[in-house]
Design a protein around this ligand. Structure first.
Ligand SMILES: NC(=O)c1ccc[n+]([C@@H]2O[C@H](COP(=O)([O-])OP(=O)(O)OC[C@H]3O[C@@H](n4cnc5c(N)ncnc54)[C@H](OP(=O)(O)O)[C@@H]3O)[C@@H](O)[C@H]2O)c1
Length: 352
């Protein structure tokens, strides 16, 4: 089986994803019986192209990273916009063989343009995988219903904790379990800043580290004002707790204005100042919060290293589960797309 990929968004995450594909091709074939090839790429400023012959996505990644336009590339034809590109690619693909890989910029309030891209992909008969938390934070239930109606997959493992299984873990390995609450450290940029301030560095120095690594959001106020974490709380609440939250409905605090003195004062009292994301059920409703908390040494979240993320789930039948990502980064986010792609391939071949 050959899956055809349309990349909607071709920034840090999508480019790392395509760089991983050549090395993974033998594993895809041996372990899951599929091949994949990129047939289209859509961006905001670098153009939208479909493959007319062979499109080399790794060369395209290098070209775009250097500021080039996609239409300069051999073997491509220009294609108006994202929506026409998805439609043409869907018409040209065998049924069920197209996968839209959505990695556009996060808009935390509306989830757009990603929500419309997911919707367009499903309506065209494509499976959709995304590392953008917007769709699952802002429109999860509607998109899930559209995917079910279309008989296509909508997977979003990269929305929380990069490629470490959270949604896949629950979907594949915790049947019949009710998750009652969660609590975690889920934003790498703010966690890095708080831990670096404990070592005497400034807020701005630590933020620059994360911008250089391509980990901070394109607009870093999304991280430091707690919006990214609020979007993750909404996503986790919607999927794991059956809630109907949006990022705006999540009680939210960021780390803007937190001084080094405050961080060090907590440390001197044996505590760790951390930005904690949580969700729980209360009086028949699902609620979510992002807040600065002083964690005691007995709290498992207090021991997380500066590069990590962690999520603790409380369940009715499986007890407490702690999921920890030791080292998050672009490769791990790109791996989330890889794991979603393999999940699509396995689901597709199981249905044949
Ligand atoms: N970076 C991380 O570590 C990380 C981790 C987890 C999740 N994520 C999520 O993954 C997504 C991508 O992150 P990134 O770091 O790759 O972002 P990025 O480098 O800023 O790239 C975003 C891409 O989306 C394209 N784009 C934006 N609006 C578009 C539109 N309306 N139509 C078509 N293309 C559009 C941009 O096009 P141009 O290049 O032409 O501007 C660019 O190619 C975000 O939603 C982010 O929240 C990122």
């Amino acid at each position: 089986m050959t899956l055809r990929l349309v990349l909607v968004g071709f920034g840090n995450v999508a480019r790392r994803f395509v760089e991983l594909l050549p090395g993974l091709a033998p594993r895809f074939l041996d372990e899951s019986g599929f091949e994949c090839r990129v047939v289209g790429i859509a961006t905001r400023r670098h153009g939208c192209v479909l493959a007319s012959e062979r499109l080399d996505p790794v060369a395209a990644a290098a070209h775009v990273a250097a500021g080039g336009a996609l239409s300069d590339l051999d073997g491509t034809r220009a294609c108006g916009d994202v929506f026409s590109l998805i439609d043409v690619a869907a018409r040209e693909a065998p049924q069920g063989a197209l996968v839209v890989v959505e990695t556009t910029t996060l808009d935390v309030v509306s989830g757009e343009p990603a929500v419309s891209h997911v919707r367009a992909g499903l309506a065209a008969g494509a499976h959709v995988i995304t590392a953008n938390k917007g769709p699952v934070a802002c429109a999860y239930h509607a998109l899930r219903a559209e995917a079910l109606r279309a008989g296509r997959c909508f997977f979003f493992e990269g929305a929380v904790l990069d490629g470490i299984p959270v949604f896949n873990l629950v979907r594949e390995t915790l049947p019949a379990v009710e998750i009652t609450s969660f609590r975690g450290i889920v934003n790498s940029t703010t966690h890095h800043i708080l831990t670096q301030m404990e070592s005497g560095r400034t807020f701005d120095e630590a933020l620059v580290d994360m911008q250089r690594a391509g980990i901070a959001e394109a607009d870093p106020s999304l991280d430091v004002e707690g919006w990214d974490a609020a979007a993750k709380v909404a996503a986790l609440s919607n999927v794991l707790l059956g809630g109907r939250l949006t990022p705006r409905a999540v009680e939210r605090q960021g780390i803007v204005g937190v001084s080094r003195e405050r961080v060090l004062d907590a440390r001197d009292r044996g505590l760790r100042l951390r930005l904690v994301a949580s969700g729980w059920k209360e009086d028949g409703l699902v609620r979510g919060r992002v807040a600065l908390e002083e964690l005691s040494a007995t709290d498992p979240l207090a021991h997380l290293g500066p590069e990590g993320n962690a999520l603790a789930l409380e369940t009715d039948l499986a007890g407490g589960i702690l999921i920890e990502e030791r080292l998050g980064g672009l490769t791990q986010t790109a791996y989330a797309l890889v794991s979603d792609l393999v999940a699509v391939a396995r689901r597709t071949s199981a249905e044949r």
